[in-house]
Design a protein around this ligand. Structure first.
Ligand code: 2PG
Ligand code: MN
Ligand code: MN
Length: 558
């Protein structure tokens, strides 16, 4: 762990006083990119964020939010909320799920672990089901990992395999699902040639089937359950490629493809889950797997009627929730994100308020706290969740709950009951993922207004603000070639980018409570999200632990 004489007690900062209320604002999906018509943050009216930028370089700067700076395998990996909030909260860079799974597959250790040995028991007599997101987005899962696992499991004796995939279109281009399904079919064909009965059994779009999060809409998970476990869905097809092509032609996009099952010549589903089977959820990222993991694992469960609860051996690619120990079996151990800044600060008497709306609530709590649900100490913490709209795509409601989040934060700041008021403002990200440029512009304006409300409250109480983001999204809505020009599809239309980006994100500090002489230092040019935790600890009047990534600030003129 690299630190000796461990203690939760933080040393006092030599020049920064304690006792200032700090607003810590994370704009989800808010990167920095050149001004251009596809930069919705630039196009939108965002006077508050614009004024913060004028503080460059002493009070505004950029930080890295993708690739190795947040524990991802390569610099080609875009940032995402999980790794971004983990880094912001933990103050150190941990090798993340994507990287840990890569390593376990490369070394073969994945096949020696408890999780694999547990599911292997079913291989001789029963079916192995793999459920997960099918793309190379690298945010929740990766196709190449699924391909290696298919190969490895069959070599280790799996005789009958069924894949239940979720189409993406959110971390990758909409419409790319067809090619991913074709690639998967080719691999399954290879396995069949080797005598393995390997087939696709069901499918559906990630935002409509299975991958809900933070209990926003259990109906999403139920649709997945019905197709994957019960073998029931509104659409039945003989081929998965045909299914995806037909449903897309009918106007559904990849993210929202309705559920379907693959049936045999007698119209019987080819892969429902039955007693004695093994199931692996192949996503490494936690938030959108926790609900389905509960449905697959919990004996007592009343979030929807499962109709049938088969006796299976279930393992996650990773353990998704360390506090709940969910699932209890997993193929790869998750990153052990310990001693987060939230836990330290609570031990040092910092009273914390955290808030977002449902779709991002776990980001400022669960991810912030190192994938840990619940409070460290409920006497010092209050987490408020504002219910998100469900059953809609957020381009129809681009303001989302930004105003309500702003109001809750404002009230918490003015109450005087908290030292840190932390929020996630989701608009740039959630609306950016819809690919609707006009709506994303409205979303960015709404986010900016929420920031203003919070900064005004900080002004009133003489506090400090820290405004940053977890990764890019709304600042670039078009796929580009290497020289940065928008790419056109075969019909001459620009290719809309629904995903996150590789862009850096801004961080701004200020407010009447900022001690004189505090400014951004210039000797951490490569600073990333993991440098923010030490910065915030300093602003609370503490030195950060010695193994945290260095602070971004210095105090001059003392
Ligand atoms: O919606 C999600 O699951 C991801 C994109 O796959 O977005 P974020 O990391 O911002 O939560
Ligand atoms: Mn995010
Ligand atoms: Mn996102």
């Amino acid at each position: 762990m690299g630190i000796t004489d461990f203690s939760w007690k933080l040393a006092d900062h030599p020049n920064i006083p304690k006792g200032k209320t700090i607003a810590l604002i994370v704009l989800d999906g808010w990167g920095e990119a050149s001004p251009d018509p596809y930069n919705c943050i630039h196009v939108a009216d965002t006077p508050t964020m614009d004024s913060l930028k004028k503080g460059n370089p002493d009070y505004w700067r950029l930080v890295r939010a993708h690739g190795t700076a947040v524990g991802l395998p390569t610099e080609d990996d875009m940032g995402n909320s999980e790794v971004g909030h983990n880094a912001l909260g933990a103050g150190r860079i941990f090798a993340q799920g994507a990287k840990l799974v890569d390593a376990a597959l490369a070394s073969g250790k994945i096949y020696d672990g408890e999780g694999f040995n547990y599911i292997k028991e079913c291989f001789e007599t029963n079916t192995l089901h793999l459920i997960g997101l099918l793309s190379d987005g690298g945010v929740h899962s990766r196709l190449d990992q699924l391909q290696l696992l298919l190969k490895g499991a069959s070599e280790k004796g799996a005789k009958r395999i069924r894949v239940h995939f979720l189409t993406d279109g959110r971390d990758v281009l909409d419409g790319s699902s067809v090619a991913f399904v074709e690639a998967l079919e080719q691999d399954l064909e290879q396995l069949r040639k080797k005598g393995v009965d390997a087939r696709i059994a069901s499918g559906g779009g990630r935002m409509y089937v299975t991958m809900d999060r933070y209990e926003n809409d259990w109906g999403v998970v139920k649709r997945g359950w019905d197709a994957q476990v019960l073998g029931e869905a509104p659409y039945k097809f003989k081929s998965a490629v045909e299914a995806v092509k037909k449903l897309r032609a009918d106007g559904h996009n990849d993210q929202y493809l309705p559920p379907f099952v693959i049936v045999d010549e007698n119209e019987k589903p080819v892969g429902p889950v039955v007693d004695g089977d093994a199931v692996v959820t192949v996503n490494f990222r936690a938030d959108r797997m926790t609900m389905v993991a509960k449905a697959l694992e919990y004996e007592n469960f009343d979030s929807f009627d499962r109709v049938r609860f088969p006796k299976i051996r279930y393992a996650g690619m990773l353990q998704y929730d360390g506090e709940l120990k969910l699932p209890s079996h997993y193929l790869v151990s998750p990153p052990e994100i310990d001693r987060t800044s939230g836990e330290y600060l609570v031990h040092n008497g910092i009273r914390t308020f955290a808030c977002s709306e449902t779709v991002k609530f776990g980001h400022v709590t669960f991810f912030w706290n190192g994938n840990r649900s619940g409070y460290f100490n409920s006497e010092f913490e209050e987490y408020v969740e504002i219910p998100s709209d469900s059953g809609i795509t957020f381009n129809v409601q681009p303001k989302m709950k930004a105003l309500e989040i702003g109001e809750k934060a404002r009230d918490a700041i003015l109450s005087g009951k908290f030292d840190q008021v932390r929020v996630n403002i989701p608009n740039g990200d959630m609306v950016g993922h819809t690919g609707d440029i006009e709506a994303t512009v409205v979303a960015c304006k709404a986010a900016d207004e929420a920031v203003k409300m919070i900064l005004d409250a900080i002004e009133q109480v003489g506090g400090i603000y820290v405004v940053t983001a977890d990764h890019g999204n709304a600042e670039d809505m078009v796929k580009r070639n290497k020289t940065g020009q928008p790419l056109l599809d075969k019909n001459g239309q620009i290719q809309i980018l629904t995903s996150h980006t590789l862009q850096p994100v801004p961080i701004a500090i200020g407010g009447p409570g900022l001690a004189p002489g505090v400014r951004f230092r210039k000797d951490v040019p490569d600073g990333g999200l993991a440098n923010v935790a030490a910065t915030v600890m300093n602003l609370h009047g503490f030195e950060a632990p010695s193994d945290y990534e260095p602070t971004l600030i210095e105090v001059v003129g003392n």
